[in-house]
Design a protein around this ligand. Sequence first.
Ligand code: 5AD
Ligand code: SF4
Length: 439
Amino acid sequence: MAPEKTFYLETFGCQMNAHDSEKVIGTLQSEGYRQVNSEEEAGLILYNTCSIRDKAEQKVFNRLNDYKKLYKSGKRFGVLGCVAQQEGEKIFERAPYVSLVSGSASYRKLPEMLARLESGENRITGLDDRQTDETFETEFTSRQNPYRGYITIIEGCDKFCAYCVVPYTRGKERSRTSDSVLEEARRIADLGYTEIQLLGQNVNSYKDPEGKLSFAELLAAVGQVPGIRRVRFTTSHPRHFTKDIVEAIDSVPTLCDHVHLPVQSGSSRVLKAMAREYTRDWYLERISWIKAAKRRISLSTDIIVGFPGETPEDFIETMDLLAEVQYDGVFGFKYSARPNTPALVMIDSIPESEKAHRLQVLLDRQREIQRANYANHLGEVIEVMVEGQNVARGQISGRSSQNKPVNFTWPNPIAPAPGSYLQVKITATHPNSLVGEAV
Ligand code: 5AD
Ligand code: SF4
């Protein structure tokens, strides 16, 4: 009998990567591999990597270094995802015990690459498929998230923002047909999922290859799939954010009342240098559409501080924008120079200490904004979808439709199952979470 084939997979980075991993796991399982929970138990060790900032990339090389001793015991290593695509064959030089390097656009070839690996071949690469029109869909997706079904609707990115690796790591933009998205949504509903998250690096640039549905129409259609109670989508680009998305949220109650709309900077000058293709005013106009909706739609954003040439005045414009929009969530990042990107040749003249200072000022201010925003929920009864429990604190954790974390007490000794819905009365609030009791 052939020895059992086992693998360990660890995922870094965004939800696209988390979902890619679900597809990779399913593909490996269909090739006869069994997933295990530690590097030590595995015959094949895979890292699905992120290269969005230098820190994310370093994590992978640290991990590879930590475990390289396992190579001597006959284990094989593979690097998947964005660092794989970005560094390519250079990874074999930096980590010579790695046998497989594959970017996300090449995962369709995994069965073939695995067969080569099993036959003892080394230095196998999947790196040349970024210009493909095909998306990676597989009947074998092994869904790991117990309460949220992910569906990729568009892969890649054609925007080439000056700071961003994604167009290089994930290749050109390619959308799936709305028919296949809806078919997958129905399949997910049949599996018992009630929450769907539509994914794309640039989700609202979605273009149905058959021309049947616009992005907003697709949102509405997914929201009407029987059994589906919550639909989220991420990440939107302001350039393609159209009014009909707000109208869809207003008219289809299953579409969650939350929009994540990365602004990156409040200064039109910096936005231009970033090649974001919109101005501050253009962005704020979209925010005003969202705020004019009948439902109160929660807003969150991403911001980069310390982009090359960002002056103290530019930064103040970003701070003013925070005050104006009153986001419920902000992901703030210090600019990190990335390989291949146009910004790499711009002079990164802002010292690390100044970037760190700006980030701290931004996050401190945002914390106060959120403290006030979250306090508005005090006394409300909110529908929460259960995600898990904190046994030590005797609390159940979940999320509101607006994507706010809610921790609450529950009278019964048996915890409610992940994915179930409860009404929770909010009894206390923090800047990042709500506290309550199930009613
Ligand atoms: N440096 C810092 N932050 C970055 N992001 C993307 N590229 C960089 C970079 N080079 C941030 C953006 C993006 C989020 C996912 O990561 O804010 O929206
Ligand atoms: Fe990281 Fe971007 Fe790749 Fe996602 S797409 S894993 S955020 S580099």
